[in-house]
Design a protein around this ligand. Structure first.
Ligand SMILES: [Zn+2]
Length: 120
């Protein structure tokens, strides 16, 4: 995944965003519009996609939260269950975690892109 960074006179702004694509527009993960989008130009600079965060640049808090949820979509309740299971049977818990991750990732995708499902 790439980062959306605003550059002004070659200098990156201190806060960057993760990106996602909504209706063909690639832009900030924290915005459904999404805004800012890649290539947006304002008086304070131009938004560009980079593969790594420039030094001194941090990720916007909302993007951070969303990213965390994408990385680990398991609800706390499921995490707790897995923990209990791991106490008795770590291998079964690991398998169960994979299953749950697949389930919740799939569920998340369906929630995030309702239009794609409607077309079927
Ligand atoms: Zn953001």
């Amino acid at each position: 995944m790439s980062y959306l960074v605003r550059f002004y006179q070659g200098q990156p702004h201190r806060v960057a965003h993760r990106v996602h694509r909504v209706n063909g527009v690639e832009g900030a993960l924290c915005s459904q519009t999404p805004r800012p989008a890649t290539g947006d130009t304002t008086r304070s600079g131009e938004w560009e996609l980079v593969e790594t965060l420039p030094p001194g640049v941090r990720l916007c808090r909302v993007c951070q939260k969303i990213q965390h949820k994408l990385d680990n979509p398991l609800p706390l309740r499921v995490e707790n269950e897995l923990e209990r299971l791991a106490f008795w049977d770590p291998r079964a818990a690991a398998l169960q975690r994979q299953k749950m991750l697949a389930y919740y990732r799939d569920k998340q995708l369906r929630q995030r892109r309702p239009s794609r499902n409607q077309r079927r």
